[in-house]
Design a protein around this ligand. Sequence first.
Ligand code: ATP
Ligand code: MG
Length: 389
Amino acid sequence: MKEVLLLKCGEIVLKGLNRKTFEDRLLKNLSRRMKHVADCGISMRQSVVYVEVPEETDADAVMDCARHVFGFATISRAAVCPEKTLESVIETAQSYLAPRFAQAGTFKVETKRGDKKLPMTSTEISQRVGGELADRFPAVKPDMHCPDLTVHVEMREKYAFVHAGPEPGAGGMPIGSNGRAALLLSGGIDSPVAGWMMAKRGLELVGIHFFSYPYTSERAKEKVLELGRKLTVWCGRMSVMVVPFTRIQEEIREKCHEELFTLIMRRFMMRIAERVAVEYGCGALITGESLGQVASQTMPAMAVTGAVCGLPVFRPCIGMDKEEIVTIARKIDTFETSILPYEDCCTVFTPKHPNTKPKMPKILEAESRLEVDALVEEAVAGVEIIHLP
Ligand code: ATP
Ligand code: MG
């Protein structure tokens, strides 16, 4: 039986004159991602995108791909009726939804009539189809209020479709429709979640990872790249810039007071990230910071680290509890990788008594002992670019 996915656009339907730009972007993103799964025909009519599943193709894989594309509110996997007639709709519903009927105690039919030229109203179609199906599945009783199974009939312009109801899509806005931003990606739980949340808002991501070889191992870097790969399932292609960070950390450790180590290090991260971000056309930085989670994420600490950066810094996890962040990490399948026990550059150098209420003059005094600009230049010059997947 011929199958099709009906994808209903989400928030972009609220757009005005520029709606077409968003729709084009959405179609382009979907096509590019589908290309890796199957050769599907993709078209759009009235804010619904149709993905035709070719015969002999794994429809589950096509469905799974669609679930990971931002910009769609719902996805329905439907059968295409061979003809646009009531008989054909009934036959298709009977065979396509037989497994669903086998599991249901009650059912009803709901009809959408996109083609207004049809002689019957939606209610009439639902009654006729429902009556027939009740005869063919006598064990399943009609129930108009709270049925186990709702048979959806969609009479569209060219075809009639039958399905058992939509499931939620990935939501959000098409990747790239809001521009590009640089995600500071560590090996932890929070930063992949932060990246996913902002990608969902239509940002294309460029990853930046600060790597402290040999304090952190190749395996730790590989773990970060694996997190990047997990994000590409949602975002499509992504490049990760690996910044050599060891020299800077050693310099700070040697020349600055221990309690300021993390803050000064984070200021370097922001400076370097901004440089790389601008070079790659990014309009903002994204971090996984959450208020009060650790010493460097107090309000005064974030004021000090944010001060070196002119770009907006997006911190989507800022108001979230760890548990809420973990829930998303599980949903997006980064959690298991994030908790692998490889050391992180921050943990290697973490001071015993970090300063949670830093004063700017003290920071500036400490930084005056470092060749800040030269260290930033050196790190930027040593960036290794890795393309994922
Ligand atoms: P995560 O926040 O990802 O779980 P974490 O809790 O170890 O890791 P922190 O050390 O608290 O993170 O750092 C806060 C944020 O700074 C991270 O969410 C990430 O955006 C950024 N960050 C930290 N370490 C690195 C790194 N080595 N490379 C890139 N970004 C980093
Ligand atoms: Mg964190």
